[in-house]
Design a protein around this ligand. Structure first.
Ligand SMILES: *[C@@H]1O[C@H](CO)[C@@H](O)[C@H](O)[C@H]1NC(C)=O
Ligand SMILES: *[C@@H]1O[C@H](CO)[C@@H](O)[C@H](O)[C@H]1NC(C)=O
Ligand SMILES: *[C@@H]1O[C@H](CO)[C@@H](O)[C@H](O)[C@H]1NC(C)=O
Length: 351
């Protein structure tokens, strides 16, 4: 009799503990390929792209993880990890990222890795916090698909610097309008055959006339920013070199009454709370300085420097007690076929 009572008690205890197995986690699980997850991820990638001042726009490649937390008083927060891939559109190119092509493996692809908190409220998604970094594919991987493809070269390589100077001079030489200044070198490759240097770089119009410039140091960026993006190949020839350059000049960015350019991403970094050590003034434009390494690409970890972050404020708001994820014996047995809802599908390729 005694043992029966004990067994009953145990059963009841078991019942008490196993009943709230779903809500007990504190968050809602969602399939990484659920349309709602994808909407949140697309809002996150839009946010990333609209905050980019350098490098290239990114596109969603894969959703790795998602947890949906209830938020007081209303709404839900999607805590997610996503992988992105670099596109061929420059950061300040007004082309929507959806229309930009993904950088191919042969061109030395770059992958982004991001953690986002995205709030969904009244059917609208907004980003609460964002943290990203990015890295180019490994040399071995590029060689696997294409043994002869040129790898990304350090942007401060003397051949790269020279190719950019020559290309900018060539562009300004045949330019009847403004003198264009270098904004950043965004990508470079040293091509073995024929021996040449391929570069991509961004420029901005100044108040000088290209044909009349004596000292470019005296030229100032226009208040109404006009950016351009150039691609150039400098080929070594017997007795000299040959420069082929094409630049696309983007529409001007209107000046708002407060003196800033909007709705351009420039606004975001115009006033960092405390001037980060890695910010240099280039005319009225704040550009994050390249990190002190001979980098070959723009690392997304610098994308949110100077962007007002609500990360600290949001941290406590929706983490309603992190319940430990204990396995539920008995539940798993009855669950039927194993579902692996995450990570989700790969949209392009994995590097
Ligand atoms: C983007 O692509 C859509 C659909 O293909 C097209 O209608 C639109 O004109 C494109 N926009 C730009 C800026 O290229
Ligand atoms: C610059 O001016 C020359 C001579 O007037 C003209 O042939 C050329 O097309 C102009 N270039 C541009 C980019 O407008
Ligand atoms: C590129 O930058 C790195 C780090 O600042 C430096 O060590 C290296 O010498 C530089 N290379 C050239 C070619 O200037």
């Amino acid at each position: 009799m005694k043992s029966l009572v004990l067994v009953l008690c145990l059963a009841q205890l078991w019942g008490c503990h196993s009943a709230p197995h779903g809500p007990g986690l504190g968050y809602r699980e969602l399939n990484c390929d659920d349309p709602e997850t994808e909407q949140a991820a697309l809002a996150a990638v839009d946010y990333l792209n609209s905050n980019l001042l350098q490098g290239y726009k990114h596109t969603l490649n894969q959703i790795d993880k998602v947890k949906v937390w209830p938020r007081r008083p209303t709404g839900e927060v999607f805590e997610m990890e996503i992988d992105t891939l670099e596109t061929t559109c420059y950061a300040l190119d007004p082309t929507p990222a959806a229309n930009c092509s993904v950088r191919k493996l042969e061109q030395h692809a770059v992958e982004g890795d991001c953690d986002f908190h995205v709030l969904k409220q009244d059917g609208q998604f907004s980003v609460l916090s964002a943290k990203c970094d990015s890295s180019p594919d490994s040399a071995e991987d590029v060689r696997k698909v294409c043994p002869d493809c040129p790898l990304l070269a350090p942007l401060n390589d003397t051949r790269v610097v020279h190719a950019v100077e020559a290309a900018l001079a060539a562009f300004n030489n045949r330019n009847n309008g403004s003198y264009y200044q270098l904004v950043e070198v965004s990508r470079a490759q040293l091509v073995p055959l024929p021996v040449s240097t391929y570069v991509e770089f961004a420029v901005a119009a100044t108040d000088c006339v290209a044909k009349e410039v004596i000292d470019p140091a005296n030229c100032n960026l226009l208040a109404e920013k006009q950016y351009g993006f150039c691609k150039s190949t400098l080929t070594q020839k017997v007795g000299g070199e040959d420069v082929a350059v094409t630049c696309t000049v983007f529409p001007t960015q209107p000046v708002l009454p407060d003196g800033t350019n909007g709705p351009s991403p420039m606004v975001a970094s115009a006033a960092p709370a405390s001037p980060p050590a890695a910010a240099v003034m280039v005319g009225p434009l704040v550009v994050a300085a390249p990190p002190p390494v001979h980098r070959a690409h723009y690392d997304l970890r610098h994308a949110f420097t100077g962007v007002a972050s609500v990360e600290s404020a949001s941290g406590e708001a929706f983490h309603v007690g992190k319940a430990p994820m204990v396995a539920q014996p008995g539940v798993a047995v009855a669950a039927g076929p194993v579902v692996r809802p995450c990570p989700g599908r790969i949209r392009h390729f994995k590097i």
